[in-house]
Design a protein around this ligand. Structure first.
Ligand SMILES: [Zn+2]
Length: 358
């Protein structure tokens, strides 16, 4: 990272207008809005993950209206806490999958089941509790995305070997896609080891569930960001060639923290970054705090320049253009920094002084 840090600094984000396509700064609540206002990144797409944090996302959007693009959805890690049918809320074990080797089962975790049950401190939200709330938030924020939601084959309920139920994850993902299509909203999707379920694998491998293709252009959102893309290079081609204009709606978003930090991962990250068609590559920090957002974006920008064999400035210009394209409907509904008042400007200066190059 040192080579790229020397040539890319956070002022690039402000100068070119590169926003963060996917992050969760609300997890570090202390003084969060002020710290977001101080970032060099002009915009941050703040992803809600569950009924319980949507209020925080909405509050950040109110406190930093020109900076925060609010996003509302149910992350697959919290899938088992959001029922789609009334009977699931009363019997939470049905929303959990036990490992096939028999090494765990829901009945070995009475405390967890009690916490997920009615009145528990992680009580499963009934459909009438969270679905109307999601619609209401999206209606109140016409520039909001649907996200984060999606599929995660590797997700495990903390302290157990149980997983958020796979069939339930599929059903929730489809519900989010259909809602976003109905409301005409872009989406940010999470996908870990589940790409075959979105699109038939390269070479037409059997078993792909092919959700996007089955929903078809009319049933899919206008723009689909595959966040922290970790699928194969072949699948990038497959996604972008999906029929009926669907392929043109797919964008690939990359973070340094998820995609490129572990030993051996960097080479694969660079291969993916090189394979994404021009105009479809978004940058994200995926940070759970305002602290790492600017430096995370600069780090991944450096990787993009390296992978694509272009200057950092050229990579920055392209990244900014793709950000504006993907978030077009959001940005046109948001006030400009100048219109949001002097406070934003002052904080912006503070951010410039405080911003490190990571
Ligand atoms: Zn995320």
């Amino acid at each position: 990272m040192t080579a790229t840090a020397a040539t890319a600094d956070t002022s690039l984000l402000r100068r070119f207008g590169i926003g963060d396509a996917h992050c969760h700064p609300q997890d570090d609540a202390e003084d969060c809005a002020r710290r977001l206002l101080a970032l060099a990144a002009p915009h941050v797409a703040v992803m809600g993950t569950r009924l319980g944090d949507w209020g925080e996302v909405e509050a950040l959007a109110a406190a930093a209206p020109h900076k925060v693009i609010p996003c509302f959805g149910v992350h697959p890690w919290f899938a088992h806490r959001h029922a789609l049918r009334p009977e699931q809320a009363a019997a939470p074990a049905a929303l959990l999958d036990a490992p096939s080797n028999g090494r765990d089962s829901p009945d070995r975790h009475p405390q967890l089941l009690a916490a997920l049950g009615p009145g528990g401190d992680m009580a499963v939200a009934a459909p009438e509790e969270w679905l109307p709330r999601l619609r209401e938030l999206l209606a109140r924020h016409p520039h909001a995305l649907v996200g984060e939601f999606g599929l995660d084959r590797a997700a495990v309920v903390p302290g157990t070997r149980l997983q958020p139920g796979w069939e339930h994850q599929l059903a929730l993902t489809e519900a989010h896609l259909r809602l976003a299509a109905e409301l005409g909203r872009p989406v940010s999707m999470h996908c870990v080891q589940g790409y075959g379920h979105l699109q038939v694998g390269a070479g037409g491998r059997a078993g792909g569930w092919d959700m996007l293709r089955r929903l078809g252009p009319a049933g899919c959102p206008p723009k689909i960001m595959l966040h922290s893309y970790g699928g194969s290079v072949d699948l990038i081609k497959g996604f972008t060639k999906m029929p009926g204009g669907l392929g043109e709606r797919i964008y690939f978003s990359f973070s340094d923290v998820i995609n490129g930090r572990k030993p051996g991962q960097r080479e694969k990250l660079l291969e993916r970054l090189a394979a994404v068609p021009a105009g479809r590559l978004l940058l994200e920090s995926d940070q759970n705090s305002p602290a790492g957002i600017d430096s995370g974006l600069v780090d991944i920008l450096g990787a993009v320049a390296e992978a694509r064999g272009v200057s950092v400035d050229a990579a920055a210009e392209a990244a900014a253009a793709t950000f504006r394209d993907f978030f077009d409907s959001c940005l046109s509904a948001m006030p400009t920094a100048a219109a949001a008042g002097a406070a934003g400007g002052d904080l912006g200066e503070a951010g410039q002084q405080g911003g490190g190059s990571g």
